[in-house]
Design a protein around this ligand. Structure first.
Ligand code: F6R
Length: 369
């Protein structure tokens, strides 16, 4: 069942090229236009949406964070991301022109289900992004966009996360297409880059030993920090969550720009810091700021573990260890940069002799509030 891997999690990490490919399958026509007829919300209604609220918990909430960057950029609609359990109890503002998107692998997360019911009571239109056919959250939503990651057995979410990002991007591009926010060519170009992602993930998996070696060497580490900026920020938080839940190590993800506002005080000799570096081909100032952050923590004795694009020469001199990911559009980078962080957590937990698939105190679906 584990397909020759040591754990379901390792298998599911390796399923990711397929999970992304399957989530794209059948949703793009031969003209490079999105065909999301499966959404049961009327196109005119979708055009009239003036706010999107994305609700989720845990890893699914990090997919929501990533989605915000893409959807706002492409559709020019405000996107709010909120943890389901926080949304439900704070008197949030939703109206019939609000699209409430829930993201859930299991479709049974009680916090998200209750938030969905609340949003419906307030008159919002609701759309579920879900990996489990016929589960409660999609059943109770106006529309569903299924992620086709296949069953996820390991408690820690991996392939569902990539499929969720893929699905939210399809939704974002679809809304941009409906609303005329993007030129046809831009949509087709982005979809073509998304179609190239599975092979790029595979090329990362083919080099997983580089990450595994680092993980095994770090099995006695007690604290690891993760920094990222823009879409790399939720990736940093996801990398930290994977390490906490699997290896029981203190881990924290930060927005790299926050460093100087406090977290830099945590840096001392030998502290391990992962840095997710944006592409130097994107906004140059963003890239150079993150490179400065690497220098800043390095100057204070940190062990800098860098995830950077192939050909990014600027990081080399300040990195203790570098893992290269293939080039892609900035917005698509999370689909690549999170993979080494998943492998790292999985391998480190395994090296500590822990049960990777069933970490202590956790359940695969959290059906209590
Ligand atoms: C982390 C993890 C959890 C889930 C969260 C939401 O690895 O698995 O944080 O992401 O409990 O679950 P779903 O997506 O089923 O609503």
């Amino acid at each position: 069942e584990k397909g020759g891997f040591d754990s379901f999690m390792a298998k599911e990490i390796h399923d990711q090229p397929q999970a992304v490919a399957d989530t794209l399958l059948g949703r793009v026509d031969s003209n490079g236009r999105l065909a999301l007829d499966e959404l049961r919300i009327d196109a005119d209604e979708l055009k009239a949406i003036d706010k999107i609220v994305v609700l989720a918990c845990g890893t699914s909430a990090y997919a929501a964070h990533v989605a915000k960057y893409a959807i706002e950029h492409w559709c020019r609609v405000p996107v709010e991301v909120e943890l389901s359990h926080e949304f439900r109890y704070r008197d949030p503002i939703v109206s019939p022109s609000t699209l409430v998107v829930t993201i859930s692998q299991s479709g049974e997360t009680m916090d998200t289900l209750m938030a969905l019911r609340y949003a419906k009571e307030q008159g919002a239109r609701t759309l579920a992004i879900c990996n489990t056919n016929g589960s409660s959250i999609p059943r109770e939503s106006d529309a569903v966009l299924y992620t086709h990651a296949g069953p996820e057995i390991a408690v820690a979410s991996t392939k569902a996360f990539l499929a969720q990002i893929t699905a939210t991007y399809l939704l974002g591009l679809y809304l941009a297409q409906l609303r005329g926010n993007l030129f046809r060519g831009e949509i087709a170009d982005t979809l073509a880059d998304m179609a190239a992602i599975p092979a790029k993930i595979q090329s990362i998996l083919d080099r997983e030993d580089e990450v595994k070696e680092l993980a095994r060497a770090m099995q006695d580490t007690t604290s690891v920090l993760f920094l990222g900026r823009h879409v790399g920020y939720p990736v940093a938080m996801e990398g930290a969550l994977k390490l906490k839940e699997l290896a029981y190590i203190h881990a924290e993800g930060f927005a790299a720009g926050e460093l100087k506002h406090g977290p830099i005080a945590l840096i001392d000799e030998g502290k391990s810091v992962f840095v997710v570096v944006p592409s130097p081909r994107g906004r140059y100032s963003m890239h150079s700021k993150v490179v400065s952050n690497i220098q800043e923590v390095r100057a204070r004795g940190a062990k800098t573990l860098v995830i950077a694009e192939e050909g990014d020469e600027a990081v080399q001199d300040f990195a203790e260890w570098v893992f290269r990911v293939p080039e892609t559009k900035t917005l698509l980078m999370p689909l690549l940069t999170v993979v080494p962080l998943q492998i790292f957590a999985c391998e480190l937990a395994g090296a500590k002799g822990l049960n990777v698939d069933q970490p202590r105190n956790l359940a695969k679906s959290v059906t209590v509030e």
